[in-house]
Design a protein around this ligand. Structure first.
Ligand code: FMN
Length: 240
């Protein structure tokens, strides 16, 4: 099974790296949405190659909320079904980060924003792992092709991503480099395969020192398909 294959591959990478480096990486155990309606002004550098980057949701209050997420399945040339960590939800193939984003959007009435990249990520496990590692080692900041044109209008931004190589995928560094979230509330959420949040919530607080970063949510890839009650509970704990 593909997911098992990835787990086995990933674990063998972790083991190899741990042996080589004499440590298990910088994973840090931690634990862990919100309300709005708005007309997001999303700018695309190039034609979106999959679904629209923005999806409107119901209005549940005055707070303006954006849910920005990175889904590798939406940034790959390969059929999403065959890519590394795709969950089929009601027949729609999507990454787990998108799956969680949809739950958050539905609960909060926030708008979805898909972080898109110029580069197309490999759809197969090993090439994707190698590619992401190489980007991280070389400090590559992938070029973004979708842009939030009206960030000023949002009070709160949920930010979703998978943990890659113990931390934020490089594309998220591009994202934080592009925007100044000073004065805004950021609420991170992520999926993982053992690293939990990987210290990424703290990393985001470092990258955006003038934003308020609220309690994030993380869920293991293994449990993600059944995560809706936990997501809703987390949202409720934040007042949504
Ligand atoms: C390139 C790559 C690196 C990964 N590194 C880690 C890691 O360091 N720790 C971890 O727990 N999971 C790791 N994983 C597993 C991902 O976190 C998992 O595939 C992801 O949470 C699934 O979410 P998605 O469908 O939104 O991509 C990695 C996956 C990929 C593809």
């Amino acid at each position: 099974m593909k997911r098992r294959k990835w787990i086995a591959l990933f674990l063998s990478y972790v083991l190899t790296l741990s042996l080589l480096a004499g440590c298990g990486g910088n994973a840090e155990p931690q634990s862990g949405g919100e309300t709005a309606d708005n007309e997001a002004d999303i700018l695309e550098d190039s034609e979106p190659d999959t679904e629209a980057a923005v999806v409107s949701a119901d209005d549940t209050g005055g707070e303006k909320i954006l849910i920005a997420y990175f889904a590798v399945a939406e940034n790959s040339d390969v059929d999403a079904i065959s890519s590394a960590s795709v969950l089929a939800d009601d027949g729609e193939a999507k990454g787990l980060s998108k799956f969680l984003s949809d739950i958050i959007a539905e609960r909060t009435g926030g708008e979805l924003f898909s972080i898109r990249t110029e580069e197309k990520f490999p759809g197969e496990y090993e090439p994707l792992a190698n590619h992401a590692k190489e980007e991280q080692d070389n400090g590559v900041l992938p070029v973004l092709t979708s842009h939030i044109g009206n960030l000023d209008e949002y009070d709160t931004v949920f930010i979703g991503y998978p943990v890659w190589w113990y931390t934020l995928p490089q594309v998220m560094l591009s994202f934080f480099e592009e925007y100044d979230f000073s004065g805004k509330t950021l609420i991170p959420f992520c999926t993982h395969l053992g690293s939990r949040s990987g210290g990424t919530f703290e990393r985001i607080a470092e990258l955006e020192p003038d934003a308020t970063v609220r309690d994030g949510f993380f869920v293991s890839m293994e449990d993600a398909a059944d995560a809706e009650p936990d997501v809703l509970q987390w949202l409720a704990s934040l007042g949504y």
